[in-house]
Design a protein around this ligand. Structure first.
Ligand code: KG4
Ligand code: ZN
Length: 352
């Protein structure tokens, strides 16, 4: 069976066709995955402008879907179902995908599945690696989220912890902005960090020990916090440079990038393996945009080898937002007998 996935939660318009293989260990393969990125549009403003994002999704969605079908060598009549990201994300952006999916599923007589964006990121691991050894602990780390999930049973995601303030990707984007490096910050900091000294700038690591009043069901000691780190970089930059234009040499900028990246990666890896130990995980994974980070990928593999723990990462193309992961999560839900009601609506703060 083929499923068409659609993702428009932020600044990527994406459509993909994923095929069910019938193989228990490796349940799905990607037939096509088309991503129209809006990065050049938002770069000019230093971040995603929601109104521009939704308008661009409207322009791109039809062409992206047609291209995904063409790349897969499939017609509407070959599809067995559709899946769409319902949330969380920017509501105007989500609405474009949801409205398109509802209309085209109705017109083609296809069942529609509503997918949580983070379930998509988690299932991106299964798309390429096959089913995870369970229980597994997965870190979803992107521009909007930094959360740890326990997967005891395929398709069931238990929230263990999340960030109390900024997401890790958001911290990358903000630090890049204050260093004048442009948007998005992750890839450029990652690249510059390779040439810097990661001990050059003393930056704080946050370790939370107390529960969060806003999340009484979580223990809190596996939570993340990145706003203090971001502010520490800001103070460092202000002290060294002048307010409007930091007076840094290229090598000093590389040092800041490397030092910032060391702290972020250390915190993410430490908490992930703390959780793995606590829940006796048989595997750990990292998904979401920041999982494209070279240091994070290297440290995950290195720690995994050291602790004899199988580790899982998406390929770079499936790290950032894409519709193949939404199609995969949709297929899993479809096989569990869950489809969307006719009055499906986008939900900007959907919980998993
Ligand atoms: O998953 P994603 O495409 O969108 C969200 O759901 O947020 O993640 C985008 C985030 C951005 O904050 C971007 O700076 C970050 O992922 N990112 C990276 C890297 N590539 C993208 N962060 C660190 N290192 C990278 N190589
Ligand atoms: Zn994402």
């Amino acid at each position: 069976m083929l499923i068409l996935g659609i993702e428009t939660s932020c600044d990527e318009t994406s459509a993909a066709v994923v095929e069910e293989t019938g193989n228990v260990d490796r349940p799905w393969t990607v037939r096509s995955n088309v991503v129209a990125s809006q990065i050049p549009i938002h770069r000019e403003w230093g971040g995603v402008v929601p109104e521009l994002a939704s308008r661009q999704h409207i322009r791109d969605i039809c062409g992206v879907v047609e291209r995904a079908l063409e790349d897969a060598g499939a017609a509407w009549a070959d599809l067995g179902a559709m899946a769409v990201t319902q949330g969380p994300g920017l509501v105007g952006s989500l609405l474009v995908g949801v409205a398109f999916a509802k209309a085209s599923a109705a017109a083609a007589g296809l069942p529609l599945v509503a997918v949580h964006h983070l379930a998509g990121h988690i299932e991106s691991l299964v798309l390429e690696n096959g089913e995870l050894p369970l229980p597994a602990v997965v870190l979803v780390v992107s521009g909007g989220h930094t959360s740890l999930y326990l997967v005891r049973e395929a398709g069931h995601y238990e929230l263990l912890s999340r960030t109390r303030d900024d997401a890790a990707g958001e911290a990358y984007d903000k630090v890049a902005k204050l260093l004048g490096l442009g948007y998005p910050g992750g890839p450029v900091i990652d690249r510059l960090a390779a040439g810097g000294n990661d001990r050059a700038v003393p930056l704080p690591t946050t370790r939370l020990t107390h529960a969060d009043r806003n999340a009484p069901t979580l223990k809190g000691d596996l939570d993340f916090s990145f706003s203090g780190l971001k502010t520490a970089v800001l103070h460092y930059v202000r002290k060294k440079g002048n307010d409007s234009r930091p007076l840094f040499t290229e090598s000093e900028i590389a040092d800041v990038c490397a030092s910032f990246q060391r702290v972020v990666v250390t915190v993410l890896i430490d908490r992930l393996f703390d959780a793995a130990r606590r829940y006796q995980a048989k595997g750990v994974g990292i998904a979401g945009g920041v999982s494209a980070n070279s240091r994070l990928r290297a440290e995950l593999r290195q720690y995994g080898r050291l602790r004899e723990m199988p580790t899982f990462l998406p390929s770079l193309g499936l790290s950032t937002d894409n519709a193949a992961m939404i199609a995969a999560a949709g297929l899993r839900k479809f096989r569990a007998g869950i489809t969307a009601p006719d009055d499906l609506n986008a939900d900007a703060s959907l919980t998993l």
